[in-house]
Design a protein around this ligand. Structure first.
Ligand code: PLP
Length: 385
């Protein structure tokens, strides 16, 4: 099918919630993508921080092929091995408590919000200004951005936002607070790491008031920052975290994971999801998790991320560079969305902009040093013109 035909189908039948770039991808391998005309692209976006193990990693493909030929779905009324093994792997590699599997980041945050209400009935929620926690009504209520929330009011009551300042955060958390929900690095806002002092203030206020400190690791999890989980790169351990995006090797999955001391505030029948933890996505996630947990890969994410960020700082028109591992934001002088379009058309480089002057780099974690060098060469050309 030609791109023209796809665009005609979109115009006729697809709700216009996305502004797609004019390219049809048909194949991927590692950090490379190919369009329908055979042109090769270098991917610095990874399906928005999802394809952490790289496109079509052989281990993920093999795990999915094997599982899909055996059993696809039976529901959570029965046992299947991949979902149980995945929950065990998630808990044992992180906070050691209990896991609720679901299908996306927003769903993981919905589960976290409901769980916090079970923990403190009627309790309220504190989030940080600039946060993005998803598009469903609960997650949207936790996303204090007027243009995203405005058209869909009234929102879920009980959410308040506070600036990322230790004193302000301490003051906002009271004995009525059920949970504080924080991205350790705000991704959609333009890759803004939250200072440890702010996380520590939230941690101590939660300890005093009994509120839960929940990290939204939908974007920072699954190796993205050079640790398996983003909190490992901070001075704070949360009571729970939500993960999704990079967890499933490209397949849709999310999870809420609690610390051992929290266990499960949920009781039987409190929450559920028909597809959650299905055998195929869970098999994909187990295979992908194996890839991104590899210590050599995580070390490379840290060192290559630091090298890429340092090189970015030297490029013309780059004003600031932030981030950790291979989650990097760069503020530029020029028009970032226009540069993203030129990158695609002129340099076969896939990336995105989180704002009018901010670029975000979240490539597959398996990207090679030579591919990152090639990206820098292409970016230098783009920024120079
Ligand atoms: N939380 C964070 C930090 C995210 O970056 C996103 C998506 O960008 C979400 C939640 C929502 O995830 P999903 O799009 O899978 O619902």
């Amino acid at each position: 099918m030609s791109l023209d035909h796809l665009q005609a189908l979109e115009a006729a039948s697809v709700m216009p919630t996305y502004k797609r770039m004019p390219v049809e991808f048909v194949k991927g391998e590692g950090a490379l993508l190919w369009d329908d005309e055979g042109r090769e692209y270098l991917d610095l976006l990874a399906g928005i921080a999802v394809d952490n193990a790289g496109h079509c990693h052989p281990a993920v493909v093999a795990a999915v092929r094997e599982q899909v030929g055996k059993l696809v779905h039976v529901s959570n009324l029965f046992y299947t091995a991949p979902g149980m093994e995945l929950a065990d792997r998630l808990a044992s590699s992180s906070l050691g408590g209990k896991v609720f599997l679901c299908n996306s980041g927003a769903e993981a945050n919905e589960a976290a919000i409901k769980m916090a209400r079970r923990h403190r009935p009627g309790g309220e929620f504190v989030v940080l200004e600039g946060a993005f926690h998803g598009r469903t009504m609960g997650a949207l209520s936790a996303t204090p951005q007027a243009e995203k929330q405005g058209p869909f009011e009234p929102l879920v009551p009980g959410f308040s936002s506070v600036c990322a300042d230790p004193d302000a955060v301490r003051a906002a958390i009271t004995d009525r607070t059920a949970a504080v929900l924080i991205e350790p690095i705000q991704g959609e806002a333009g890759v803004h790491p939250i200072p440890d002092a702010v996380l520590e203030a939230a941690r101590s206020a939660c300890d005093v008031t009994g509120a839960l400190l929940i990290f939204d690791e939908v974007q920072t999890g699954s190796g993205r920052t050079g640790n398996l989980w983003g909190y490992e790169g901070t001075t704070v351990v949360p009571d729970a975290m939500t993960v999704a995006k990079g967890l499933g090797g490209g397949f849709p999955i999310g999870a809420l994971v609690t610390a051992e001391k929290i266990g499960s505030p949920f009781l039987a029948g409190d929450h559920g999801s028909t597809f959650a933890g299905g055998p195929v996505v869970a098999a994909a996630a187990l295979a992908s998790l194996e890839v991104v947990s590899e210590p050599g890969l995580l070390a490379a994410v840290r060192s290559e991320g630091a090298r890429f960020a340092a090189s970015l700082r030297e490029l013309p028109g780059v004003k600031a560079v932030r981030g950790r591992g291979l989650m990097i934001g760069a503020d530029i002088d020029g028009d970032a969305p226009a540069l993203v379009m030129r990158a695609l058309a002129d340099e076969a480089l896939v990336m995105n902009a989180t704002g009018p002057h901010t670029l975000r780099f979240v490539p597959p974690l398996v990207i090679s040093p030579a591919q990152l060098d090639s990206a820098l060469t292409r970016l230098a050309r783009l920024l120079a013109t």
